[in-house]
Design a protein around this ligand. Structure first.
Ligand code: ADP
Ligand code: MG
Length: 238
């Protein structure tokens, strides 16, 4: 389960409207990328889906249920923050365990979940290290591990790779795509990087000034951009 439907969703900060009435259906298991220039509302909408920002009007449905006013912890979604959101004084094991301990999961179950996540993410040999003793890519995997152990119905990523260097970014893209294949869980991935969008997405939503200009597969957007903005952003010849 992991379908998310936005119905006429808007967001104002004080009197400033940053998300205009917006409709979007995210299918269970799809990898959808929100792309667009800085300040166009991508993070705000992701945080609204996560429940970290309230919704000014409209509805957010998760698996067919109205979740507009559901608290973040009860939405069954996991936000993956950039790796610098790890706790520097805690081991990798405890960083990954943190959300589970807070949810009062038993110690035995926590151990099993950590072992599974570590295996998927190639972190088994690093569980006793502190984040400062890891590479940038390993730290990002720990941040993903912290989401995986919660077995969310969808993962929400906000520019997770933007503080990694270029070659590492290419590797992590592949790893996240592989993870999506193996878990078959819905992923919403925010980026301002066209290449990331084109290579990772099942579908791309192109944002511009609080609206979605177009939603489609990378090929659809490339071959049939609805306007010059989409064409320019995606890099198609139109
Ligand atoms: P993006 O992630 O696409 O770069 P954001 O969603 O962060 O864009 O921001 C969209 C708009 O909302 C911007 O104009 C930003 O300044 C504004 N904004 C974001 N968060 C807040 C906030 N907490 N208070 C006021 N304005 C905000
Ligand atoms: Mg942002």
């Amino acid at each position: 389960m992991g379908s998310i439907t936005l119905k006429q969703v808007t967001k104002n900060f004080d009197d400033v409207n940053v998300i205009k009435p917006l409709d979007l259906e995210i299918k269970d298991g799809e990898f959808i990328v929100f792309v667009g220039p800085s300040g166009c509302g991508k993070s705000t909408l992701l945080r609204m889906i996560a429940g970290l920002e309230d919704t000014t009007s409209g509805n957010i449905e998760i698996d067919g249920q109205n979740a507009t006013h559901t608290p973040p912890a009860k939405r069954g979604l996991a936000m993956v923050f950039q790796s610098y959101a790890l706790y520097p004084h805690m081991s990798v094991r405890n960083n990954i365990a943190f959300p589970l301990k807070r949810a009062k999961v038993s110690a035995a179950e926590i151990e099993t979940k950590i072992a599974n996540a570590a295996k998927i993410l190639n972190l088994t040999d690093y569980l006793d290290r502190k984040p400062g003793q890891l590479s940038g890519g390993q730290r990002q995997r720990v941040a993903i591990g912290r989401a995986i152990v919660r077995q969310p119905s969808a993962f929400l990523f906000d520019e997770p790779l933007s503080n990694l260097d270029a070659s590492l970014r290419v590797n992590m893209r592949l790893e996240i795509s592989e993870l999506h294949k193996s878990l078959a869980t819905t992923m919403i991935y925010v980026t301002h990087d066209q290449v990331e969008a084109m290579t990772m997405a099942d579908r791309i939503a192109v944002f511009n000034g609080g609206i979605i200009e177009q939603v489609g597969t990378p090929l659809e957007l490339y071959q049939h951009p609805v306007n010059k903005f989409v064409a320019g952003f995606i890099g198609s010849p139109k």
